[in-house]
Design a protein around this ligand. Structure first.
Ligand SMILES: Cc1cc2nc3c(=O)[nH]c(=O)nc-3n(C[C@H](O)[C@H](O)[C@H](O)COP(=O)(O)OP(=O)(O)OC[C@H]3O[C@@H](n4cnc5c(N)ncnc54)[C@H](O)[C@@H]3O)c2cc1C
Length: 394
């Protein structure tokens, strides 16, 4: 007889641990939860290799709403996730995001800004003179406008978030096991048995697939494919000789981003499409020339003080990139009654982990969303072809 759990979560990083925590923290849920995590040090997890930033400046309402809840959760994290009176600290800094537009991007920037503030995000709009006054270190000649998060946007310790969620989940009774989900036996529309990498088989009332770039393989094996591809992204650290203060997470119109980190900065960009192949699971090698070719020129053009910077260390992480519409796939795997998907975050999953965890916990507990409706992110859209477009993908 297989060991039986009410919920098994495959993947115990930000998303998986958030689902487990949100369920376990629900006083009405009395079930047994198991999290399968083959890499408990999170050596390869995107959650531990990200730029760990949160913004409200999206163009899709559901993404804005997810981040509004995300920031509320992060601000209150010490109290929510305290264990034996010890409050975790993820060093949240609300330094804001700065999006900028040249004349060709102005209409979209205005449209996005109107949506964001209508939903309650605290985003300021600047014309060029306003940008130059607020951010005197910025080259503004080619810009017509910019938007900046006064509050509610910033950065934090992503690895710390995972550890805090995991630790709290465990104290609430969630079990973690060092194993991978290797296969799912289906009977009709239900997962009946789960095969683990250690050779055991278990049963679950619900299965949540939150295995990052390892998810596609699991879903495919039960007959549903998701266009989620692993893409390598670099994060470079650098120091600037001149001290510049008050730098937000700045997104140049070219796509290059940078933000403060400790005494220096981190930054990066998305490679051109023809130089962005799928990456092998064990390839975390950094291409340092990428910085010189694609990142530094835009940095130096946007911030004159960045002409004299010293590049430091760098690392690579893997995006779970949804090639269909660059947005998360959240909800039941089409054709199944008890297999849930949380994947395809396309570079913005860490900030969405609180809201996605809460949403999936609601789906499991109540069969529907009871707070924020994540229906727009349902994987069913892969079947209808209706894209959930997000204009602000970084
Ligand atoms: C360079 C970079 C920068 C980023 N910057 C940001 C940012 O600023 N803000 C933001 O919000 N997001 C950012 N992201 C995206 C964010 O990191 C991810 O969307 C988020 O961490 C995804 O969390 P996850 O738990 O789904 O996946 P992961 O963190 O990848 O974790 C998946 C886990 O599943 C486990 N696993 C794999 N296969 C199996 C299996 N078969 N069975 C069980 N477990 C398995 C893995 O060991 C892993 O621990 C960035 C990502 C990268 C790579």
């Amino acid at each position: 007889m297989n060991e039986v759990f009410d919920v098994v979560v495959a993947g115990g990083a930000a998303i998986g641990s958030s689902v487990a925590y949100q369920l376990a923290a629900d006083p009405g849920f009395k079930g047994r939860i198991l999290v399968l995590e083959p890499d408990p040090g999170y050596e390869r997890a995107a959650s531990a290799r990200s730029a760990a930033s949160i913004r409200q400046q999206f163009s899709a309402p559901v993404n804005v709403k997810l981040s509004l809840y995300g920031i509320e959760f992060l601000r209150d994290l010490g109290a929510r996730l305290s264990v034996d009176g010890e409050r975790p600290d993820i060093g949240l800094r609300e330094g804001g995001y700065l999006f900028m537009a040249t004349s060709s991007g102005e209409a979209v920037l205005r449209e996005n800004h109107a949506l964001q503030i209508s939903l309650g995000a605290d985003i300021a709009f600047f014309d060029r003179a306003g940008l130059a006054a607020k951010f005197p270190w910025l080259a503004t000649d080619d810009l017509v406008a910019g938007t900046w998060g006064r509050t509610g946007e910033g950065w934090f310790d992503g690895y710390g978030l995972v550890q805090a969620l995991r630790r709290k989940a465990r104290t609430l009774g969630v079990e973690y096991r060092k194993a991978a989900l290797a296969g799912i036996d289906m009977k009709g529309d239900r997962a009946t048995a789960l095969r683990l990498s250690d050779g055991t088989a278990i049963s679950a009332g619900h299965v949540v697939l939150a295995a990052g770039t390892g998810t596609r393989e699991i879903v495919r094996a039960i007959g549903f494919d998701i266009p989620v591809h692993a893409k390598k992204r670099f994060v470079f650290t650098f120091e600037c000789r001149t001290r510049i203060d008050g730098v937000p997470l700045t997104i140049d119109p070219s796509g290059v981003y940078f933000r403060p980190e400790g005494e220096g900065f981190i930054g990066g960009t998305v490679p051109p499409e023809d130089k962005d192949p799928d990456v092998a699971p064990d390839d975390f090698e950094v291409d340092y020339d990428f910085f010189d070719e694609y990142v530094w020129p835009a940095l130096a053009a946007r911030v004159p003080a960045f002409e004299a910077i010293k590049r430091g260390r760098a690392w690579a992480g893997h995006y779970d990139m949804n090639m269909f519409d660059a947005n998360a796939l959240i909800g039941f795997v089409p054709g199944t009654a008890n297999v849930l998907l949380a994947n395809g975050f396309s570079g913005h999953g860490l900030q969405q982990s609180p809201g996605v965890g809460r949403g999936l916990a609601e789906l499991i507990r109540h069969g529907k969303y009871t707070t924020l409706d994540l229906g727009d992110l349902s994987p069913a859209r892969l079947l209808t072809g209706a894209k959930m477009l997000e204009k602000n993908v970084v």
